[in-house]
Structure formats: C-alpha cells, structure tokens
Design a protein around this ligand. Structure first.
Ligand SMILES: NC(=O)C1=CN([C@@H]2O[C@H](COP(=O)(O)OP(=O)(O)OC[C@H]3O[C@@H](n4cnc5c(N)ncnc54)[C@H](OP(=O)(O)O)[C@@H]3O)[C@@H](O)[C@H]2O)C=CC1
Ligand SMILES: CC(=O)N[C@@H](CCC(=O)OP(=O)(O)O)C(=O)O
Length: 344
C-alpha cells in the first residue's frame, strides 16, 4: 500500500482522482488539499464519496506534509506544480502533474503559450510525458510525470498508427475536436453557465490554442520530423467527453487500415479499436480510462478519417494519471481502472 496526496482536490480532476482511487487496492489517499475548503470533509463536499472517505478532510498544500507521501498528484492550475515539484522530488516523493507545467520540453515555448515565465525549467529534462502508449518504458522509471492534456491524448492516439506506418502526409493534419464543459474546470465562468453552454456549440482558439504545441510536439516525436497541424477545439453541450475527428491525406497504398489499427493497439489495455464502419460515442467512455477509435476511408479515396473518443476527466486526465502511477509503482497497469462505462 502506498500513501498518496492530491493537491487541488476540490476541482473536477481532483474529485475524479478520489472516485477512481476509492477502488484502488494499493493506494491510500492520505492527504488532499484545498486552500478555500480547508477543514471541510471530502464526503461533506462530495456526497458520492460518502462511505469511501469518511474521515479525510481538505488541508492546506503544505510542502513538508506532502513530502511524506510516496506520490503526489497535482490537479491544479498551471504554475502550481512548478513551485512545489522540485522540493517533493528532493524528498523522494514522486510527482504526477495533471496540469501542463511539464508537458512542453521547451521552457520558452511554454512561456509564450501560457503567458508566464516557466517556474522550473531545471526539471524539464527529467519530466516524462505520460502517454503510456508511446512512453511506457520511460514512465516505469520516472520520478516526474507530465500527464498529457485531454485533447492531446485523443488526437495523438488517433494519429499514432498512421504516422508510425508513414502512411499520411505529416504536413496536412487536421484535428477537429469537441469537448464537454468540465474541460474548462470547476471555477465559475460565464461560458460554462447552463444558459450559455447548452443548446449551442462553438469553436474557440481556432487561430491558436495552447494544446497545439503539445500535440505538435508529440506527433513530431512519432514522425521524427516537423508536422503541419490545424487544430480547432469546440465547446459542446455535454458534461464530459472529447470527440476528435482527425483527417489525414494518404501518401501510399495503406493496405488494410483496420488491421493496422488493431495490430498497433492489440496489447494496449486502454485503447479499443472498434469494428470497421463504427462511429464511437463519447457516452461509451463515460467514467472510464478507454480511448475508443474507428478508422474510415470515405469512398476509398485519399483521405483517411479517424474518430477518437475519450472521457476528458479520465483518459484525458485522472485515469491516465493513475495508469501512470500504476506503471511507476509496478502495479498492474489497469489496477483501479477496470469498471465499465456508465451508459446511457
Ligand atoms: N478539466 C479537465 O478536463 C482537464 C483538466 N486538466 C488540468 O488539470 C488541472 C486541474 O483541472 P480542473 O480539475 O479542471 O481544475 P479546477 O479549476 O476544477 O480545480 C483546480 C483545483 O486547484 C486548486 N488550486 C487552485 N489554485 C491553487 C494554488 N495556487 N495552489 C494550490 N491549489 C490550487 C483549487 O482549490 P483551492 O483554490 O481551494 O486551493 C482546485 O481544487 C488543470 O491544470 C487543468 O488544465 C487536464 C486535463 C483535463
Ligand atoms: C472546454 C475547455 O475549456 N477545455 C480546456 C482544455 C482542457 C484542459 O483542462 O486542458 P489541459 O488538459 O491542458 O489541462 C481548454 O480549452 O483550455
């Protein structure tokens, strides 16, 4: 049994960590922080957790107490993990950061997209990008994990087999993505109000979203050369879920695309390649750590279309964070992550 702490426990990804870890036989959540709810019991704020965390209460994010944990999850806004990660690592505590603090390898690029100086550039070299389907070996020995963003997870998993096989033009990638409103976090914002977000849909960040450099970096790593990506996110009237429609231009005879995807993900516990002709739904992954994919080649033409769905709070954040923890501590990769999705 290991002891873990969660910094930022009142947010959507924090409470999702609690929900999933309640089923994890090897993990004891020993500390959870919130500056605004200090002293409040977790189960008083989140009644769905009654019976699971009856004594655990929110406390201040004290570095010394966090340093007594085996691992600490950061479910906080950007910049918070920068300030605390170094001290925790020095104490031998492993850090799993759900924010974007360590996702980009270039500190200057991070500063440009996040509008603040990078607070811990000295840690960038050791941070491992926590996408197990690409970096499983490195994750197993990592001390510091940058959990991928929600859109980046859905997009990279969809393009991975095609780019690895060299079948599409890396300069003509188009990712048309939709997110539910929990993607914007729990903080009060006009755009997340029921009357603003329901019965409507809109694109945002079309001329440049902070996930663009993260996705491009990941696809570049697969492709081993520059990529040209157009990424347009949309806000849709659902609570959870990411739906990515990915377009690629074939440069060679692709052979059997369905077999390519099935073979690439045959040993991946959290990627489900749907039968040929499928259209995966976001609700089929609600609450679970699975990415469901389908690959199409309309009219047998030159365009390949990949459909990729995840739950932004699970494979897009907290579930993937636990998948990383399992790998880092030598637990079965799917420990605590095996329940089926809630449907409808
Ligand atoms: N929502 C999503 O779908 C996804 C989110 N992420 C990322 O995960 C992180 C958390 O997201 P989410 O749960 O949505 O965020 P929320 O806004 O819902 O929650 C943020 C949490 O962080 C705490 N917090 C805020 N500022 C600080 C601070 N300076 N020091 C310590 N704690 C702080 C808050 O509690 P308090 O202020 O009381 O301390 C709160 O518990 C973000 O970086 C986000 O980008 C990643 C993938 C998907
Ligand atoms: C709907 C919505 O607002 N989504 C967020 C992305 C989700 C998220 O939290 O981003 P990270 O994965 O990088 O942390 C956004 O567009 O900024």
């Amino acid at each position: 049994m290991i002891k873990v702490g969660i910094v930022g426990g009142t947010g959507y990804t924090g409470v999702e960590l609690l929900r999933l870890l309640a089923q994890h036989p090897q993990v004891n959540v020993a500390m959870i922080t919130s500056r605004s709810e200090t002293g409040v019991k977790v189960c008083d704020m989140y009644p769905n957790l009654r019976g699971h965390y009856d004594t655990l209460a929110f406390s201040e994010p004290d570095a010394k107490q966090l340093g007594a944990m085996d691992a600490v999850f950061f479910a906080t806004p950007h910049g918070v993990a920068h300030a605390l990660a170094g001290e925790l690592l020095e104490n031998g505590t492993r850090v799993i950061d759900l924010s974007a603090d360590f996702r980009l390898r270039d500190a200057d690029e991070w500063s440009r997209w996040y509008g603040q100086a990078h607070g811990a550039p000295e840690l960038l070299q050791e941070a491992v990008y926590g996408l197990p389907e690409m970096h499983r070996k490195k994750i197993k020995t990592a001390r510091l994990i940058a959990v991928p963003g929600c859109y980046p997870t859905a997009v990279q998993l969809g393009y991975l087999p095609l780019l690895e096989a060299g079948l599409i033009d890396p300069n003509q990638l188009i990712a048309d993505c939709k997110s539910g409103v929990t993607g914007a976090g729990r903080g009060a914002k006009v755009g997340s109000l029921l009357a603003e977000a329901s019965e409507s849909m809109k694109a945002y960040g079309a001329s440049g979203h902070r996930h663009l450099p993260e996705i491009s970096q990941g696809l570049r790593d697969i492709q081993q050369s520059a990529v040209g990506l157009t990424f347009v996110p949309h806000l849709t009237p659902m609570i959870r879920g990411i739906h990515a429609t990915l377009y690629g231009q074939l440069t060679a005879d692709p052979g059997d695309l369905q077999a390519l995807f099935e073979q690439r993900y045959a040993n991946e516990p959290f990627v489900d390649v749907m039968p040929a002709g499928s259209h995966p739904e976001t609700r089929s992954v609600k609450g679970i750590n699975t990415c469901r994919l389908a690959v199409h080649r309309p009219g047998n033409g030159n365009t390949v279309v990949v459909l990729s769905v995840i739950d932004n709070l699970v494979k897009g954040a907290s579930g993937q964070a636990i998948q990383n923890l399992n790998l880092m501590f030598g637990f079965d990769e799917n420990t605590g992550l095996t329940a089926p999705a809630l449907m409808p």
